[in-house]
Design a protein around this ligand. Sequence first.
Ligand code: BV8
Ligand code: ZN
Length: 301
Amino acid sequence: MSSDIESFAAHLQSSKRILALLGAGLSASSGLPTFRGAGGLWRTHDATSLATPEAFNADPALVWQFYSYRRHMALKAQPNRAHLALAELARKNPGFMTLSQNVDGLSQRAKHPSDKLQLLHGSLFNVKCTSFYCSYHAENFTDPIVPALKIPLDESDPTTKEARHAVSDALQAKQEHKELDISDANIHLPSVKISDLPKCPECHKGLLRPGVVWFGEALPSKVINTVDDFIVDSDKIDLIMVIGTSAKVYPAAGYVDRARAKGARVAVINADRADAPAGGISDSDWFFEGDAAQIVPEILR
Ligand code: BV8
Ligand code: ZN
């Protein structure tokens, strides 16, 4: 395995079909917490207990507070030099396709060409109606999306452990068919009434939900088909860059092996040496350890 920039740059130069799989580590330098990194979103706030249809059904107000907080943070953040360098490569190289697991909208704000940016897990800035008979969905950048979801001045994070306990209490109560009002869980969250949550402007009945892919939900078929076409249409894939991701969430992480199966060499950019994709890093690959915001612009120069 190499961390030699020259050999990587030479291979990049001669590569026609290139994939990049992006994860939360790409946006870390923009100030957005990752899911697993130190103090990450998952470790301290257990996003998995909030990023599910069950949690939303059990307590839509809490889950909306979680997403409203992340929308607010993402809008305050700026794309970093790695987002910009990847967008530049996508403009220059028609054979380069980016698969992003990130929902923070930073690649889009870096002017990454949209046809070259596949959002595997949706976006914080899409919303859709939860009513079965309504197909309303739209982009929405309003912050807060409704007044009731305004972030408290101290920007206290609504996904603290109290909130997490509240979700599991609510799930528990639901299962025991007891209606547990979130305020019974005596947590200090400003309780938000369901009636104050974002409503569908089309059917005026359904609650809106964030347009992200939750655990247990299928990835958007249009995105899957576009990525499959890119892979199948490629006689050979020359390179996949795996940038700032623990590569543990599937089916997204599975694209690394699919690229390898088409001959791709793998370049991992990660702050943590231990976080290599399944299947490890072979001799013909590269591992660049450190901050993606520093490394990516340098190796794509
Ligand atoms: C599905 C949107 C089926 C929401 C997200 C066992 C095996 C295989 C699969 C499963 C399994 N058990 C369960 C599953 C399925 C599950 C899954 O994979 N679970 C995991 C936990 C094992 N997958 C699903 O549920 C998927 N759907 O399978 O559906 C199906 C099929 C048909 C019909 C119906 C159903 C859906 C998964 C999508 C979930 N949604 N996001 C939201 O964001 O709120 S996933 C979410 O977590 C992110 O989008 C992201 O993808 C993922 C976190 O991963 P990373 O981005 O990698 O972030 P992480 O913190 O983990 O890592 C950061 C990395 O950066 C670290 O390596 C760190 O070292 C590095 N780093 C930190 N700082 C820097 C850095 N690197 C460089 N520079 C830095 N500065
Ligand atoms: Zn509707």
